[in-house]
Design a binder for this molecule. Sequence first.
Ligand code: SF4
Length: 201
Amino acid sequence: MNFKIQTINRHRMTVDGEGVTTLIGLYGCPLQCKYCINQRVLKEAPYKEYTKEELLNVVMQDYCYFVATQGGITFGGGESLLHADAIRDFIGILPEHVNVNVETSLWVEQKSLEELLHLVHQFIIDIKTMNPLIYEAYTKQSNEKVIQNLNYIVKEQMQWKCKIRVPRIPEYNDESDIVNSVSILKNMGFKTIDVFDYIIK
Ligand code: SF4
């Protein structure tokens, strides 16, 4: 299965995982977040297809940096878990000592998460909000799948490999919603939670 890739950004330092990382921006997302810039980016630079071997050639230019800094590859999006099969196959040909991280909203079928949960070094989860009404207003989708996938991570006791990002979303949530989301996530056993401001471009 080929990757559909929007962007490849090399030499990123500690913004998409530990160490030096290469960010692979994958195509496609089931959500319609109000402030998403992806549709505009895609019009300016449509995706290209890569086989796993072609992608390996690109990322291996930075192998020494990855090994020296415990960095690696971060798949972002779009929704990277839509490409779970391709990421699994890619991990299969990747040399040792290169970490693979995945950025996701978790708005995917559970089987996509199951495929990668034990293979990936870190999941960076853009949770939006734990409030179902705000979630639906902002993304145009219910957050039922997200909750189901969070519960699956808890069942597998894999909270330790998740970093959960909780954004302040202008006009959609407020500090009390942030406090509520963080509290629910902590009660589920997630320890690394990053509250941040959405920058609207
Ligand atoms: S989850 Fe991310 S890529 Fe998908 S619509 Fe929302 S902001 Fe855009």
